[in-house]
Design a protein around this ligand. Structure first.
Ligand SMILES: [Zn+2]
Length: 90
């Protein structure tokens, strides 16, 4: 069995399960009964989430193009002491 995707102009996308190779170019909509054309989709392909793809690219790049560091990164500047606001200014 395979899942075939169709798109009704009025109701939106819906899916139909049929044996492989038996999909019709149009199916009646499950909600309104109007003929809906088939929407072609790639089989069994899932898109990699953007964050995971970024992490994989960075991991792969670090094996061949590691970032060269000349010195330690600067420590974050501590926030000013709120008690200093009450002190007289020169
Ligand atoms: Zn419909």
């Amino acid at each position: 069995m395979a899942t075939y995707a169709y798109h009704c102009a009025g109701c939106g996308p819906f899916e139909v399960r049929r044996p492989i190779g038996t999909a019709e170019p149009a199916e009646p909509c499950a909600a309104c009964g109007e003929p809906a054309p088939r929407r072609y989709t790639p089989p069994l392909l899932a898109r990699t989430p953007a964050a995971e793809a970024r992490a994989r690219r960075a991991q792969e790049a670090s094996a061949h193009e590691p970032q060269v560091v000349q010195r330690a990164p600067a420590a974050p500047k501590p926030p000013p002491d709120p008690r200093w606001a009450g002190l007289p200014r020169p």
